[in-house]
Design a protein around this ligand. Structure first.
Ligand code: ADP
Ligand code: ADP
Length: 225
């Protein structure tokens, strides 16, 4: 699952005279299992496109579906943002367990399952730690584990490594690629970094900003390594 279809999708923030045209029109089909990376200059609508796919916003014009359905928040996709946004009053494991609870996983299974998810993102032995005790890179790993907790077919990531140092970013990119390969998840990843795009993508979409509009410009299929 996780196939994406966008047909003439446009988005405006605000209405009438105050409307800001943020995206589109964009038309694209992404088969299940693809790692789509969106690149483009600041303000071209990358985050908006991701928010539409997540179901946080509804397209102003056009149709957008995930596996044939209109997206609803929390239904089809797990989401990771630039900031991990963990619950500080919970432990590392508690954050993942809460996501499992919201996903309907039985109480007695949550602890073991959280441990598995944390191990999958290279985090063993930190489940009992406080979230403020762990590094920024570890916090993003926790955010990824939490996003995987819902076992959604689609993972959405909005510049998740932008605030991290180069070495940590490289390690996380490698781990994320491993997670994609292992799980067969579809993903949409927003980044400013062409290096990151080339490393993570099976398909790169470049959004450009034309006067008053944003057009889908290039779609390149890269071989997966
Ligand atoms: P990117 O992620 O590529 O930087 P965004 O999707 O954040 O681009 O923004 C696209 C355009 O929409 C920009 O012109 C931005 O200023 C505008 N925009 C984004 N969010 C809002 C908002 N909540 N209200 C009004 N305009 C917005
Ligand atoms: P602490 O309670 O010490 O802050 P955590 O927040 O990590 O530690 O939670 C410990 C355990 O309690 C975890 O198994 C977590 O799933 C469970 N838990 C915490 N809050 C809730 C809640 N509101 N509903 C259900 N389970 C919860």
């Amino acid at each position: 699952g996780g196939a994406l279809s966008l047909r003439g999708v446009e988005h405006d923030y605000g209405q009438g005279r105050d409307a800001v045209h943020a995206l589109g029109p964009v038309t694209l089909e992404v088969p299940a299992g693809e790692s789509l990376v969106l690149v483009g200059p600041s303000g071209c609508g990358k985050s908006t496109l991701l928010r539409l796919v997540a179901g946080f916003e509804t397209p102003t014009r056009g149709t957008l579906t995930v596996d044939g359905d209109q997206p609803e928040p929390g239904r089809q996709a797990g989401v990771v943002f630039q900031q991990a946004r963990l619950f500080p009053w919970r432990t590392v494991g508690g954050n993942v367990e809460l996501a499992l609870r919201l996903a309907g996983v039985a109480r007695e299974e949550r602890r073991a399952r959280a441990g598995e998810l944390l191990a999958r993102v290279g985090l063993e032995g930190v489940a009992g730690r406080r979230t403020w005790e762990v590094s920024g890179g570890q916090q993003q790993r926790i955010a990824i584990a939490r996003a995987l907790a819902g076992a959604h077919p689609l993972l959405l990531l909005d510049e998740p490594f932008a605030a991290l140092d180069a070495l940590t970013r490289e390690r996380l990119q490698e781990d994320l690629r491993g997670v994609s390969a292992q799980t067969g998840l579809s993903s949409v990843f927003v980044t400013h970094s062409v290096d990151e795009a080339v490393f993570l993508a099976s398909r790169v979409i470049v959004l450009t900003r034309a006067p008053g509009t944003v057009a889908l410009d290039v779609a390149v299929d890269l071989p997966r390594t």
